[in-house]
Design a protein around this ligand. Sequence first.
Ligand SMILES: Nc1nc2c(c(=O)[nH]1)N[C@H]1C(S)=C(S)[C@@H](COP(=O)(O)O)O[C@H]1N2
Ligand SMILES: [Mo]
Length: 319
Amino acid sequence: MTKTYQKDSIDPAEITPKEVYLSRRNFIRSTGLIAGSMVLAACVPAMPSDSSKPTAGPTPTIGLTDELGNPVTPYDQVTSYNNYYEFTTDKENVKPLAKDFQTSPWEVEVFGMVNKPKKYNFDELIKTFKPEDRIYRMRCVEAWSMVIPWVGFPISRLLEEVAPTSDAKFVRFETIMRPDEMPGLSDKNYPWPYQEGLRLDEAMNDLAIFATGLYGGELPAQNGGGIRVVVPWKYGFKSSKAIIKIELVSERPDTMWNTLAPNEYGFYANVNPNVNHPRWFQNTERRIGETGRRKTLMYNGYEDQVAYLYDGMDLTVSY
Ligand SMILES: Nc1nc2c(c(=O)[nH]1)N[C@H]1C(S)=C(S)[C@@H](COP(=O)(O)O)O[C@H]1N2
Ligand SMILES: [Mo]
C-alpha cells in the first residue's frame, strides 16, 4: 500500500523508522534528566504558556504531535539545524555562532500607519498578549521541514492594540543588525537588513504569530530570539527572526529575498506543491529526523484556514 500522508491518515508509529523512534526515546530520556523536576506531560508541553518567566531548555515530548498526527521534531534538531544568514549560511554552524547573541533585553517598535504607535519590551509583550502553545509545521523552500512546538501569540492581538489606520495595507518586519555579534552581516552580497512582509489580512489570520519561545521554554538565539514571526502556511523565509521593527505601510514592502532573487522568492511564498522553485522540486519534502520523503501539502496543510485569503489569485504566478 502506498502511504499518502494525507490528513487523518498518519499513524506516527507506522511511519517512524525504528532508529529514529529509538533516538527520540533517547532524546526524551535525556531531556527528562535535564528537565529534572519538570512535569512529565502526556500530550501538552509541560509549562503553562502564560508564564512571564519561561524556563530554559526542553520539556518532555512523549506523544506530542501536530493536529495531523505528525510527531514534533526533537528539540536538539530544532535548535541546531537553522537558517539564519546574519550568522552564516551553514545551517549546522548557526547555533555555535549565536551562542553569545544577547536576546535579552529585547525591544520592538511598532510604527507607521497606526493610531497608537508603541515600543514594547519583551516582558510587556508577554504580559499584554499572553503567549500560548502552537505546534506548527515549518516548511523551508529548500524542501526540508520540521514540526515545532512554539510559544507565541497572534500578530492580530498586537495589531488590534496599535490600531492600524485605514490606509495600512501591509506589515513590514525588520530584523536586528548587530555586526559585532552576527558575522554573516559582513557578506555584502545580501541587501541587509533582513526584511519581510505580509498583507494586512494575512497578518490578521489567527495562524500568524509572534513566537516568544519554543518547547515551553525560551526562544533560543538561533531560532530567532528575542521574538520572531511564524507564518506556517508560507515557506520558512517569510518567518523573520529577531525582529525589532514592525511597520504598517500602504504599499507592498521590499523583502530581502525578493529583492535579491525575485524569480526564486516571491512575496507571497505560500507553500505550494504544484509550483516548483527553480532549484528545488516542491512536491515532496524531507522531514528532519525522518528517513524518506513526505508529500508537501497545499498551504503546508493549512488550506482550510487560509485559502480564502487568495480567492481569485492565480496561484501558479503569484507564488
Ligand atoms: N532574520 C532572519 N530570519 C530568518 C532567516 C534568516 O536567514 N534571517 N531564515 C529563514 C528561513 S530560510 C527559514 S527556513 C527559517 C528557519 O527557522 P528555524 O531555524 O527556527 O527553523 O527562518 C527564516 N527566518
Ligand atoms: Mo528556509
